[in-house]
Design a protein around this ligand. Structure first.
Ligand SMILES: *Cc1c(COP(=O)(O)O)cnc(C)c1O
Length: 380
């Protein structure tokens, strides 16, 4: 089946008891057993598995071209659980432009458990090769990155990583692209991770995370950790994401159309120093982006002339674009990463230009959005 059909049906069957078309929200923590050690249909306790969560996990596995899906109470809970595959003294290599919270978890929390991290420029596959060590067990990529929208060639990095004697796990955070635009497992990744809080949920009403893999042995280790650590989402959260995913293809097409119109507007605006967008001709990895992504997505970054002060004046002047963290919802958002989402990386090698403004382009009418940015730029 094609993506649009899977987005609506994968993992979801009308209820066999009453025909309900929508997956019920199973508000239950436990399940009656037919005898000692004889659970019905494999359900025993909802930390381990819940039917609403199972529908979502199966749907995500289908959309990413994987065989197994797992969901978590947040994107960072998913990330944390993956890192628990490692042992003390292991080395992990990550992009030098990863999500601020991912960097904070690696650098400020997991280092205390004797995990070793290196942050490298993964847009250059050679620098990935150079940064691998004899104890590297995991390589963490984000593409496009946040907020620079840098692109890493997943296939090229997968070849380098899998040639290493340890066979490190290649993890791709696919939050910005979503499986509609990019399927890392098909390009050689071992694990895909998502913040479902963003495009998968799509309506800024739920926080969640996901992990998708192909390999059964790896899936079993992760299911063990999911249950042993316990950072699982509730059934209502799973229902909201399942509902959001049904319109994912339509939303991603419109995010892209709107973003393209705004990129064209910004590129010719005298107060804009530079526009950053994966499918724009000025993007240094535009070719790789066009090869591995279906479209350029809904995220735009741009650098405003006049530095930090100008950036703050612009983001405080928009009327439709809401000044807020997060991204990927139907409503447009604007922010200054250096002062908001990326405060946790201030002073580190991941520091962001204070004049950089990030847009999460929503699904409002593009003329209203452009009008809004136009009047805000006048205040720069
Ligand atoms: C938001 C985000 C995360 C973290 O997800 P939460 O759901 O906020 O925990 C991880 N990676 C990327 C790229 C994100 O945008």
């Amino acid at each position: 089946m094609k993506f649009e059909t899977l987005a609506i049906h994968a993992g979801q069957e009308p209820d066999p008891n009453n025909g309900a078309v929508m997956t019920p929200v199973y508000f239950t923590s436990t399940y009656m057993q037919d005898g000692v050690g004889k659970p019905r249909q494999g359900y025993e306790y909802s930390r381990t598995l819940n039917p609403t969560r199972k529908a979502l996990q199966d749907c995500l596995a289908a959309l990413e071209g994987g065989n197994f899906g797992l969901t978590f109470s947040s994107g960072l809970a998913a990330t944390d659980t993956i890192l628990r595959l490692l042992n003390s003294e292991d080395h992990a290599l990550a992009g030098n432009d990863v999500y601020g919270g991912t960097f904070r978890l690696f650098d400020k929390v997991l280092r205390r458990f004797n995990l070793d991290f290196t942050f490298a420029d993964t847009t250059d596959p050679e620098s990935v090769a150079d940064a691998l060590t004899p104890s590297t067990r995991l390589v963490w990529l984000e593409t496009p990155t946040n907020p620079f929208l840098r692109i890493t060639d997943i296939r090229a990095v997968a070849e380098i990583v899998h040639a290493h004697e340890n066979k490190p796990l290649l993890v791709v955070d696919n939050t910005f692209a979503t499986p509609y635009l990019q399927r890392p497992l098909e390009l050689g990744a071992d694990i895909v991770v998502h913040s479902m809080t963003k495009y998968l949920g799509g309506h800024s009403d739920v926080v969640g995370g996901a992990v998708i893999v192909k390999d059964k042995e790896l899936a079993d280790k992760l299911y063990f950790l999911q249950n042993a650590v316990g950072a699982v989402p509730g059934p209502m959260d799973c229902f909201l994401v399942l509902r959001g995913i049904k319109t994912l293809p339509l939303r991603m097409e419109r995010h892209y159309e709107n973003a393209t119109a705004i990129v064209d507007f910004l590129a010719s605006h005298p107060k804009v120093e530079k526009v950053i967008y994966p499918f724009h001709a000025s993007h240094p990895q535009q070719k790789v982006a066009m090869r591995q992504m279906k479209n350029g997505g809904g995220m735009i970054s741009f650098i405003i002339k006049g530095g930090r002060e100008a950036a703050i004046r612009v983001v405080e002047a928009t009327k439709i674009f809401a000044l807020a963290e997060s991204l990927g919802g139907v409503e447009s958002l604007i922010e200054v990463p250096a002062a908001m989402t990326h405060l946790s990386v201030a002073g580190s090698q991941l520091e962001v230009d204070p004049a950089l403004i990030r847009l999460s382009v929503g699904l409002e009418h593009q003329e209203d959005l452009i009008e809004d940015i136009k009047q805000a730029l006048e205040k720069a």
